[in-house]
Write a protein that binds this ligand. Structure first.
Ligand SMILES: [Zn+2]
Length: 137
């Protein structure tokens, strides 16, 4: 059970109980807005009119959903996502390199005797050196 007290500068005060954090959060945000100012055991709306105190069941900042622990866990998720991305990228590069090496083997096999073309030349446009010209005669 979560128990909180809402009070306003005009003296209005009300205690509320909630079974879930979700319910308590909804009420707290409705009364103070999502970004109140925090004291140790209370939060005050930006305009200073409303105040919520936690009586029991929840940490003050947890009530508004921006408690540091929640922020941290979302950062951990981002780190994990980034690590996965980097691992996939490394795997892709490994596979690409292996493919290129395979392709180079084939190119070397087709390189005709006396050819002095660079790998790049053979790759892009094929043999264009004296070796080819000599064969065409
Ligand atoms: Zn050549």
């Amino acid at each position: 059970m979560i128990k909180i007290r809402y009070s306003a500068v005009d003296g209005f005060s009300k205690r509320k109980s909630f079974k879930t954090l979700k319910g308590a959060r909804k009420y707290a945000i409705a009364m103070l807005g999502p970004y109140p100012s925090f004291g140790s055991y209370y939060a005050v709306s930006d305009d200073g009119i409303g105040k919520i105190e936690v009586i029991e069941g929840v940490k003050m900042r947890q009530l508004f959903g921006n408690y540091p622990e929640e922020l941290k866990s979302s950062e951990d998720e981002q780190d994990a996502a980034l690590e996965t991305e980097m691992r996939e990228q490394a795997e892709y590069e490994r596979a690409f390199k292996a493919e290129m090496e395979e392709a180079n083997k084939i190119l070397r096999a087709y390189r005709i005797a006396g050819c002095t073309c660079s790998e790049q030349q053979l790759n892009l446009v094929g043999c264009d050196c004296a070796a080819t010209r000599g064969e065409n005669k």
